[in-house]
Design a protein around this ligand. Structure first.
Ligand SMILES: Cc1ncc(COP(=O)(O)O)c(C=O)c1O
Length: 449
């Protein structure tokens, strides 16, 4: 079935008008913002929301937020996983409130750091941990350490991956040739100088790339989540581990999004054996913080090469990393919010969301499908599940995506502005899901009926 593009354009124009008409206060704020903020937003990605401007937020709590015009939204974006805990979870808020009056940052450790590291040991079966402020930094530090340990210069990533603003990762394959990713702003060097890129789920390509012995580490999401969801095929993770070990390449598993699979992420659920593991975004309930863990062997290699005199200028760490506030927030979040019982509530919500979207797809006969990973689900504009980043990327349709997102936003549902991801938090309720299902059905009906 083909989408009628003229119809799509005219529906989109109507939705844009509705969005503007119903949000005079956000519009006024946006006009004011345009005089002091580049493109009227505090961070460039916020240009990407499907409306003419982003709704300005008045307040958020649990699975919902209100904009300044008084509209209530079901939040299925949840700060693109930063608020997978739900907005302002009470345990995190009370820990942060207490800590904020007792010192925010000192460049000295607090007992919370040990508690959090001990908890992460239990969750991910890795013995040693360090902290950063963002998952991007945790990835960057892990990559640096991998290079330091192996003495190799290159890293390897999967085609159409995303791991934060890590310079080395902005590389894609064009007709089999590695090039800078479209839109890559000011790369320090041409990405193929630093990075090899292969398709996910292709063990032979991985082996070919690692064979020369110049790759320090593979940086991988265990399930790709940033180009839609791409699941590993049976046996692929074992093959990845065997091949990386065979060629002395370290394996960094980035669980920043795949933590949606459960309290120990995909690593615990599938008994993966990474050398490094990165976990950011929701780890502190939305307060900036990230962690990276590693094996005993990696810890030994780092210790053997450590220089006391230069340890503050080696390119790892940060003044505010591991600060007292962030660690208090992590402790409360891990102890009381991102718990096993919370996942037992969240995952069935994603299953319900998937079933609702799947039924609409079937009823209206559109050639799309829905995938789920724990408490995350996503629809993609292709009939079959993709096996790799290219297949997933080929199925994207920016115009269609924006229409469905804006249609939902105008009816009180926020999806992520990148692809069609919906995430559940512990406060997401069946009514929230059913409202999305209705809105999705209506949006698709308007398009094809
Ligand atoms: C898998 C993954 N890793 C790392 C990051 C970077 O997170 P941050 O932007 O918080 O540094 C992202 C961001 O979307 C991500 O999806």
């Amino acid at each position: 079935m083909r989408i009628d593009r003229d119809r799509l354009k005219s529906l989109m124009a109507k939705e844009r008008q509705k969005f503007v008409d119903e949000r005079p206060k956000s519009k006024a704020l946006f006009e004011r913002a345009s005089k002091s903020l580049l493109a009227g937003v505090p961070m460039n990605w916020m240009m990407k929301w499907a409306g003419t401007f982003p709704p300005f937020v008045r307040e958020a709590q649990g699975a919902h937020f209100y904009d300044v015009d008084g509209h209530r939204y079901i939040d299925l974006c949840l700060g693109d996983t930063g608020a997978m805990t739900g907005h302002s979870p009470s345990a995190t808020v009370s820990a942060v409130t207490q800590q904020v009056g007792r010192g925010i940052t000192l460049m000295l450790p607090s007992e919370d750091a040990i508690w959090v590291a001990e908890e992460l040991q239990k969750r991910f079966a890795l013995p040693f941990w360090q902290f950063a402020l963002t998952a991007t930094d945790a990835n960057r530090f892990s990559i640096r350490l991998a290079r330091h340990i192996t003495g190799r210069s290159k890293i390897l990533v999967f085609n159409w991956c995303y791991h934060g603003t890590v310079d080395e990762s902005f590389i894609t394959l064009h007709d089999g040739v590695a090039e800078a990713r479209r839109g890559n702003i000011g790369p320090p060097v041409d990405p193929p100088v630093t990075t090899k890129v292969v398709e996910f789920n292709d063990a032979d390509a991985l082996e070919e790339a690692l064979k020369p012995g110049d790759v320090a580490c593979v940086l991988a999401e265990p399930v790709m989540t940033n180009v839609g969801i791409v699941h590993p095929q049976p046996g692929y993770h074992q093959a990845m581990r065997d091949i990386t070990r065979k060629y002395g390449t370290l394996l960094i598993i980035d669980e920043t999004h795949t933590i949606c699979a459960g309290p120990g992420g995909y690593t615990f659920a599938q008994n993966l054996q990474p050398d490094f593991l990165v976990f950011g975004k929701p780890i502190a309930g939305g307060v900036p913080g990230a962690a990276y863990g590693f094996t005993e062997q990696v810890a030994q290699c780092i210790s053997d090469r450590q220089s006391l005199e230069d340890c503050d200028t080696g390119g790892i760490g940060g003044t505010l990393a591991g600060n007292a506030l962030s660690l208090a927030a992590m402790r409360a979040t891990l102890d009381k919010v991102l718990t096993a019982p919370a996942f037992e509530r969240m995952i069935p919500m994603a299953t319900r969301w998937k079933a609702g979207v799947e039924k609409a797809i079937k009823d209206f006969g559109v050639p799309w499908h829905v995938t789920q990973l724990g408490c995350r689900a996503e629809y993609l504009f292709a009939a079959k599940e993709p096996r790799n980043g290219t297949e997933a990327h080929d199925a994207m349709d920016f115009e269609l995506e924006r229409y469905l997102h804006l249609y939902a936003l105008n009816r009180g549902v926020l999806l992520t502005p990148f692809h069609n991801m919906a995430l559940m938090c512990p406060a997401t309720a069946p009514d929230d899901i059913d409202h999305h299902t209705k809105v999705f059905r209506d949006g698709v009906r308007a398009l094809v009926a």
